[in-house]
Design a protein around this ligand. Structure first.
Ligand SMILES: NC(=O)c1ccc[n+]([C@@H]2O[C@H](COP(=O)([O-])OP(=O)(O)OC[C@H]3O[C@@H](n4cnc5c(N)ncnc54)[C@H](OP(=O)(O)O)[C@@H]3O)[C@@H](O)[C@H]2O)c1
Length: 341
């Protein structure tokens, strides 16, 4: 069995990692940490009652070091800026340890981008070269297998890259791309803030950080660096899911060429499902699946795509990456349908 510890267990990432891992036949979760909570994990995450007997482990620096030495893999499920500070001592103390980080701290290869997009100087730029970006379907599968540190994609970024990459890899993008990405409220994490509090959110809809969201540089990097992408995220009144609409200029590429760009790269992907009509969120929430539809038009392709921000956009991808890192079947623990509603 692979021994796994989850750091940041009271948040949605920690919660969702545990939900998948209690059903994973090759993994034992030894600890779920918190700075603030003690007692049974199922008190905080009641849907896991009967599936876990873990109590929260009170997190201190010593506890982190012990968990790094005693486990095969550690998942960081903490806000941006934390793993960049805490991770280096763990990697040093436990030379065999593998790490999957859900935050943005190791996603961008250029340390100079961190002040602009995340508002801090990266404290360990040397480690950026160690990390691999973990989106298996978009050319990263082999790199993830060998990685010691995997930077799990951002949720908007994962959805956007999945929508664009098949065309980008064949050089079929012929101009500026527009992406509208709509997310549910769980994307803001478990702690309510003014703008994410239920009364302000449940009947509301708005754009935020137009053209300057921190996931944009990940998307551009995954496209090879040259594609121009105008990206506008929106927050919508549902809890889970991300829906992307991408308008991609494709020049004089034929409809068949556009369709084949997607089927050629995704037809064997276990978590990617092609649809003839635009997908809805209820097909993929609670799962690691990606549902997409491509509509070629006059010089443009419209790609609509849906994922669960907590699934393929976070914990699902993280476990898929862990499976690859440990040589397991990629779908282990993840191959299940959603609730459908
Ligand atoms: N939500 C999404 O859809 C999504 C998708 C992809 C990636 N991500 C990324 O994944 C990471 C986890 O996201 P999340 O949604 O699970 O966040 P969250 O619900 O806010 O949970 C983060 C947890 O980290 C712990 N923590 C440890 N150090 C902390 C610190 N210095 N400040 C605040 N909290 C701290 C907190 O638990 P204690 O207070 O109990 O210690 C908190 O419950 C973030 O980096 C996020 O950007 C999120």
């Amino acid at each position: 069995m692979i021994r796994a510890a989850i750091l940041g267990g009271t948040g949605y990432g920690g919660m969702e990692l545990l939900r998948y891992l209690v059903g994973h036949p090759g993994v034992e979760v030894t600890a779920l940490t918190s700075r603030s909570e003690e007692g049974p994990v199922s008190d905080r995450h009641p849907h896991l009652a009967g599936f876990t007997r873990l109590n929260f482990t009170k997190e201190t620096e010593d506890v982190r070091l012990r968990l790094a030495r005693e486990n095969d893999v550690v998942f960081f499920a903490k806000p941006h800026g934390v793993s960049a500070t805490e991770l280096p001592t763990l990697l040093e103390a436990a030379p065999e340890l593998r790490v999957v980080d859900l935050s943005g701290d190791f996603r961008l290869p250029d340390p100079g981008q961190y002040p602009t997009w995340y508002g801090y100087e990266h404290p360990h730029p040397d480690l950026l070269a160690l990390s691999e970006y973990g989106l298996a379907e978009c050319g990263q599968r082999d790199a993830v297998r060998d990685a010691r540190l995997v930077a799990n994609p951002g949720c908007h970024a994962a959805a956007s890259i999945l929508a664009l990459w098949p065309l980008a890899r064949l050089g079929l993008i012929k101009g500026r791309v527009s992406v509208v990405s709509v997310t549910g409220s769980s994307g803001s994490g478990a702690r309510p803030k003014q703008g994410t509090h239920h009364p302000e959110r449940f009947s509301n809809f708005k754009a935020y950080r137009p053209l300057y969201h921190q996931h944009l540089p990940e998307v551009i990097h995954a496209m090879g660096g040259d594609t121009r992408v105008d990206f506008v995220p929106h927050s919508a009144p549902f809890a889970r899911g991300i829906h992307v609409t991408a308008f991609v200029p494709v020049g004089d590429a034929t409809d068949d060429a556009v369709h084949e760009a997607f089927t050629g790269v995704y037809h064997d992907e276990p978590f990617v499902r092609r649809h003839d009509v635009p997908p809805d969120l209820r097909g993929c929430v609670g799962t690691n699946f990606v549902d997409y539809c491509v509509t070629p038009g006059d010089g443009v392709a419209c790609v609509t795509l849906a994922i669960d921000n907590l699934g393929k956009g976070m914990a699902g991808s993280a476990i898929q990456n862990m499976n690859l890192m440990f040589g397991l079947e990629e779908t282990t623990g993840l191959d299940r349908p959603g609730a459908g509603l």
